[in-house]
Design a protein around this ligand. Sequence first.
Ligand code: NCD
Length: 303
Amino acid sequence: MWRNRDVISARDFTRSDIEELFETAKYMEKYAKGRLDVMRGKIMAVAFFEPSTRTRLSFEVAMKRLGGDVVGFWGAEGTSVEKGETLADTIRMLDAYSDVIVIRHRYEGAAKLAAEVAESPVVNGGDGAFNHPTQAMLDVYTIWREFGYVDGLNIGLLGDLRHARTVNSLLEILTNFNVKVYLISPEYLRPRAETIDYVQSKGLKLSFYTNVEEVIGELDVMYVVRIQKERFIDPLEYEKVKGSYRVTPDMLRKAKKTLVILHPLPRVDEIDPRVDATSHAKYFRQAALGVPLRMALIYLILS
Ligand code: NCD
């Protein structure tokens, strides 16, 4: 059941929630470039305190394709936050003016705080280094659309698994499926112990690698993330791992023909642009599917 729900953490959603979302998103694909007037009279407020391209635009486009309206801001510039207004007060105002709030914030816990203050449903568009649940839903949705199923797949996660919030949420969502997860990163960039303990306690099968070439031949999906430079506490640690992995056409010669490469984007240098022309590259399709997936989310929460 999605009606009126906050979307704060991927941990809160069951397999049947996810299946309902995916079926609805698949239906929404027909309208992702058109219009389905089911949200007429509804307003979405977007409060983006941190940079975003895809998440914000796909939420806004999704609401507009559904016939609803969007208000909000990106960057606190021009809002009363600049005058020292607290997050809670800003959210109270958005709550009074709209039917659903989408928030992105650099601090972990901001979305949860917003949900506690607001009566309207709050959707977490990424807060801190820990949660980005709708991106994880989109990631698994893309896998489901590519293969027609998720169970049984070997899924590799490559890169900064420690600071990437999409990775944390993706691991949490994957506990609903029977998949094998290969965590590929420099040791320092492995997911937080708390995440590993949680997903293992839910039965997710994990194995750890430092070199992608070692396992690439086994993978059905390779999910790549950039090094999250802005989230390093120690710049020296960043210098040590910078440039430590890069997906190249050469490396892909060892991969299954059907390997699907995903990336939440933005990419910096971790995927060679020459990979874009290969049949493996699905990250732009993934970004495009953000619209129908978020149309489905809004529809299920608000209708
Ligand atoms: C990600 C994010 O903001 O966490 N981007 C996104 O939402 N697609 C990934 C990133 O910034 O690396």
